[in-house]
Design a protein around this ligand. Structure first.
Ligand code: SF4
Length: 334
């Protein structure tokens, strides 16, 4: 019998902290001109529900620098916070107290913020999306998005490496980049990892057009192109997890044969608030479709097994990480 092939996922709750954002990506349906901010009570209720359903990850997702919006700034101030990162820090501690490991996607943040978040998160995430500065030009998807300027994102990824924070990044395929730019993006991620060893996974996310956005009529990338990108990413990034999002890529189980080995966060409790039109398939169905191509699903924490084994997690989360994992760094079975 050949060696068992594993694909991993993380059982999570998705907390869309705020849909205020300083950027205006042409494909985004999450950002709102009349944004809200989840109260501590609401966040706690989501966390408690996640804990009841055996979730191990609290995924905090938010627009970038939401305090540029006066209403959000005022709300934060009324709670005693100057920035959303200060609020997040306390919410991460709350998640930890309920037995959940935080993973935060906060967009472009500065070194002090990164350091603070690193103290209370099992890992952090920031999609590179694309190295292409061209996509920030007039009429392009990242026009009017200071946080999508590739050097700004690379600097955050670099700083996270200096701080030894396990990091999730990724590329968005199909937003107008060329194939050479896809390769250049993967190359940039590889170089970062070669310098710091901190990239735990790379998400290969396919663009999906959303109603009501400027890119609503742009076609999705072809399944064949995606398979090619998975294969190239696998070859370029040995030892790094390659994530395929099963609610966005209907051929996700084929991508396992082309190098993907992770399905990302799967929630039994919450929807994908960034892509609410795309529900997560149930775990039983995922297991079956993975088995169809010869893979067995295993649960992981929001920190990848290699980083668990190397002890790359903050002291505050040490007990939770150790209690949840077996000798392989994956979540203990049974
Ligand atoms: S940075 Fe994220 S939340 Fe903000 S507009 Fe772009 S996709 Fe939307």
């Amino acid at each position: 019998m050949g060696e068992e092939r594993l694909a991993t996922y993380s059982r999570n709750v998705f907390i869309p902290l705020t849909n205020a954002c300083r950027n205006r990506c042409g494909y985004c349906a999450f950002r709102s001109e009349k944004p809200g901010l989840l109260s501590r009570t609401r966040v706690r209720a989501i966390l408690e529900e996640g804990a009841r359903h055996g979730c191990k990850e609290a995924l905090f997702t938010l627009g970038e620098r939401p305090e540029v919006h006066p209403a959000i700034r005022a709300e934060l101030r009324s709670m005693g916070y100057a920035t959303v990162i200060e609020y997040l820090y306390d919410l991460c501690l709350e998640a930890k107290d309920l037995g959940l490991l935080p993973h935060t996607n906060a967009g472009v943040v500065d070194r002090a913020e990164l350091k603070a978040l690193g103290e209370v998160n099992a890992s952090l995430g920031l999609m590179l999306e694309s190295i292409s500065e061209r996509l920030c030009g007039h009429g392009m998807p990242h026009e009017g998005c200071p946080g999508k300027w590739p050097p700004a994102r690379l600097e955050v990824l670099e700083e996270a490496g200096r701080l030894r924070i396990p990091f999730t990044t990724g590329i968005l395929v199909g937003i107008g980049e060329s194939y050479d730019e896809v390769i250049a993006s993967l190359e940039a991620i590889k170089e970062l990892h070669n310098r710091h060893g901190h990239i735990q996974e790379v998400i290969i996310q396919n663009f999906k057009p959303k109603r009501g956005t400027p890119m609503a009529s742009v076609p999705e990338p072809s399944p064949l192109l995606l398979l090619k990108v998975f294969a190239v990413a696998r070859a370029m990034l040995p030892g790094i997890g390659i994530q395929t999002p099963p609610n966005l890529n209907s051929h996700w189980n084929l991508t396992l044969l082309y190098g993907a080995n992770d399905l990302g966060g799967i929630s039994p409790v919450t929807v994908d608030h960034i892509n609410p039109e795309a529900p997560w398939p149930g775990l039983a169905g995922l297991r079956q479709r993975a088995a169809d191509v010869g893979f067995r699903l295993r649960e992981r924490l929001p920190i990848y097994p290699g980083f668990v084994l190397r002890g790359w997690y903050p002291e505050a989360l040490g007990d939770l990480v150790v209690d949840a994992t077996d000798g392989s760094g994956l979540v203990r079975e049974g």
